[in-house]
Write a protein that binds this ligand. Structure first.
Ligand code: BGC
Length: 721
């Protein structure tokens, strides 16, 4: 990359909070055949040529394990050149120089760096002569009109501010981490217009977009210089209909815009928000709701999966799951897009990954993030709980760090591309080598930190946890969870290793020892739903049917309620159907009361909630602390709908052959799934009619179709039964 010849530049003496604009003037156009710009920064940037934005990548260069990997973007700007040109690059703090949330107890070591940019512009003449303009002391720099910026903060902008350019300073900063762009770019994807505009009981002016989303607001207005537009964001209103922001915790999440004279339009350029509602805290006289709209941001991923049913509430759930994927696939897979978090939680990433691969083509998205997992993995093999990592933060523990095996395996299943496994195999092996070094028991994974079955509902009623922390972890045994995931990771490495022609005999022996130790230690202590589900899902029981019977009985006995948290929920319905309890799986899915997937829908949710009862039946909140309304983890249920309710399973990786065994339920009149696989489009639909159930199946490849227990093999085509 020609950028390697350039120098990092900064504004001399500027504090890290200053958002500078770097500028370089040059002549061109006449005689120029092509022009390309390579650029990156230690924050997020926006580049403009002659006032026009270069490229559509929002929040470039995205978020990676920066100290090892910083993406460089390359833009073809040939068509933008004029006789005399001004190239401007504004650099804000972004993720690189973020302030870590206080709850992490960590500091970002790069937080107090000044804003720096590095760029190379190559002008290729018609005569073949190449001129290269590199960042150096010939560039100028000024404070921009962005006076404060941060991913959690939002943006403060003062359009009355005049620039004062001074020469830029060359900085001695490493370039070894510069890599070409790998991930799909984040783009503006959709526009959402206000659904309603009203005064709350407190008298505040609130605009409702009708959809919880990740992105920003955009507006245009006429104003006098110095007038202000100040906007706060929120996901939900409280019981009384007032604006509720406590669940953002320390994320300020506001825009403060000081107008210049005349007509103007603006949208934040260096941040994003998770919101459905905007509160207009201050506005120029005459400003109305139709002057503002919302812009949805997410990574450039192609939709591949669609679900539709005869139940509007279920359809709303499907829509909520899609919106939570969009809201949380913003350059990295995040837990949530709104509070002081928005981190690449490895556990959430693996929990939702199967559903994610069905709904969107996420190959490139995960290829980049998995490269960051490799980069973030410590020498000793531990995989951080969030990637890109927070320096000095904890290893993830069972079910979180196991993303290192689970996600590549899932990508291989969905897309049939073995390179996901070969790219990650060493990292998987390192992870497996790490576990025995910290476990307190041979052949099990015990005595270590894990988040447990995070947010499960099964701590006993008479149990008074010493700290709220405990009540968030459910009652499943940590050692069991970690050991079950250890067994699963070993089994993935065995299967991946075989495919890659590796010697896996050592892992096979290890697996046998883990399974035996697990059964000896836990088989008589399978109390919670999640403990049973994990034991079934990872094939760690000698009597799986009896265990599944007990699970079904337990669910019935507590009033047909699931009690599982983040760890158990993604597998719960699968294990119920696998052992003959599809009716219970359907009951849980269709349940409209707490806890159940349609409960949040009944409360008006437009994205998936973090808590089964983020808003309680009486309208109060679960708590302020862990109360995201855009958390895709429980949206993992979409993979049961595609794979079991509509019955579309890959018989071979990448759906090169398929098995289709739909499991209709009379409580629903009809259901259909469309899946664009790398081998073509599959459709599986069923509908109850006067003459029985009508199945419609399209398959682009050979399929085994199983209906009412009867199996038939068909070639590609459309089939009605
Ligand atoms: C996140 C989760 C994450 C968890 C770890 C939370 O703050 O939002 O989704 O997995 O921490 O238990």
């Amino acid at each position: 990359m020609m950028i390697q010849q350039a120098s990092w530049i900064a504004m001399d003496g500027a504090a890290s909070t200053v958002v500078p604009v770097f500028r370089r003037k040059f002549s061109g156009a006449k005689g120029i055949w092509s022009a390309a710009l390579e650029v990156t920064c230690d924050g997020v940037y926006e580049a403009r040529l002659n006032g026009e934005r270069i490229g559509n990548f929002i929040l470039a260069p995205g978020w990676t394990e920066y100290r090892k990997r910083l993406q460089v973007q390359r833009y073809d700007i040939s068509d933008m050149l004029q006789e005399e040109n001004v190239l401007e690059i504004t650099v804000a703090n972004g993720w690189y120089r973020r302030t870590n949330a206080p709850w992490t107890g960590t500091h970002n070591p790069d937080e107090f760096l000044p804003a720096m940019v590095i760029a190379a512009l190559q002008l290729r003449g018609k005569d073949g002569i190449v001129e290269t303009i590199l960042t150096d002391e010939r560039w100028e720099v000024s404070e921009s009109n962005v006076t404060l910026s941060g991913i959690f903060i939002g943006e403060d902008v003062d359009m009355t501010r005049e620039p004062h350019f001074v020469p830029a300073k060359v900085c001695d900063y490493p370039k070894s981490m510069l890599i070409p762009q790998e991930g799909p770019e984040v783009h503006e994807q959709e526009t959402v217009y206000p659904r309603a505009s009203f005064r709350t009981p407190k008298g505040e002016w609130v605009i409702d977009f009708g959809q919880n989303l990740a992105g920003y607001m955009a507006f245009d207005l006429d104003a006098h210089a110095g007038e202000r537009l100040s906007i706060s964001t929120a996901e939900v209103l409280d019981r009384d209909g007032n604006f509720y922001t406590a669940n953002y915790r320390s994320a300020r999440s506001q825009l403060h815009y000081t107008c210049r004279e005349g007509h103007q339009s603006y949208k934040p350029r260096f941040t994003f928000f998770g919101f459905r509602y905007l509160r207009i805290d201050e506005a120029p006289e005459g400003f109305t709701a139709d002057q503002i709209h919302a812009v949805v941001l997410h990574s450039e991923i192609r939709r591949t999966g669609w679900l539709e049913s005869s139940d509007p509430m279920l359809n709303q759930l499907f829509s909520n799951i899609i919106w939570s994927q969009k809201g949380n696939y913003l350059d990295i897979p995040t837990d949530c897009p709104q509070r002081d978090e928005r981190y690449g939680w490895t556990g959430d990433g693996q929990i939702f990954c199967r559903a994610a691969t069905l709904q969107y083509d996420v190959r490139q998205f995960f290829r980049k993030w998995l490269a960051d997992v490799r980069a973030a993995q410590h020498e000793n093999g531990w995989v951080p709980e969030v990637v890109p990592s927070l320096t000095a933060y904890k290893p993830g523990g069972g079910a979180w760090s196991d993303a290192v095996t689970i996600i590549p395996w899932q990508l291989y299943q969905t897309y049939g591309d073995v390179s996901f496994l070969s790219d990650m195999y060493d990292a998987m092996e390192k992870w497996l080598a790490y576990i025995p070094t910290v476990s307190t028991t041979e052949d099990l994974w015990t005595g270590c930190w894990t988040y447990g079955d995070w947010l499960a509902l099964d701590w006993p009623e008479d149990y008074h946890p010493a700290t709220i922390e405990l009540s968030k972890r459910g009652y499943s045994n940590d050692d069991l969870i970690c050991s079950a995931f250890y067994a699963n990771s070993v089994s993935i490495v065995i299967r991946a290793g075989r495919l890659l022609g590796r010697d896996v005999s050592g892992y096979e022996a290890l697996y046998r020892r883990i399974a035996a130790a697990y059964k000896a230690r836990f088989s008589k202590r399978l109390n919670t739903q999640t403990e049973k589900v994990l034991t079934l899902h990872f094939n760690l029981s000698d009597h799986p049917q009896a265990l599944a019977d007990a699970l079904a009985e337990q669910i019935r006995a507590c009033g047909m309620k699931l009690q599982t948290g983040l760890v158990g929920t993604p597998y719960l319905l699968h294990e119920l159907s696998r052992y003959g309890y599809t009716d219970i799986a359907w009951s849980l899915l269709l349940r409209r009361e707490y806890p159940g997937w349609l409960y949040s829908v009944s409360k008006g949710a437009t994205t998936v909630w973090e808590h089964w009862d983020g808003i309680k039946p009486d309208g109060t909140f679960w708590d302020d602390d862990m109360n995201s309304y855009n958390h895709y983890a429980y949206g993992s249920v979409a993979d049961w709908v595609f794979g079991v309710a509509c019955g579309i399973q890959p018989a071979e990786p990448g759906y090169a052959r398929v098995r289709i065994e739909p499991r209709p339920d009379p409580r629903l009149n009809s259901l259909s799934a469309v899946l664009d696989t790398v081998n073509g489009q599959i459709r599986s639909a069923w509908k109850y009619t006067d003459r029985g159930i009508r199945y419609e199946i399209d398959t682009p490849v050979q399929a085994e179709i199983v209906l009412d227990g009867k199996s038939r093999v068909v070639e590609k085509g459309r089939y009605l039964f």
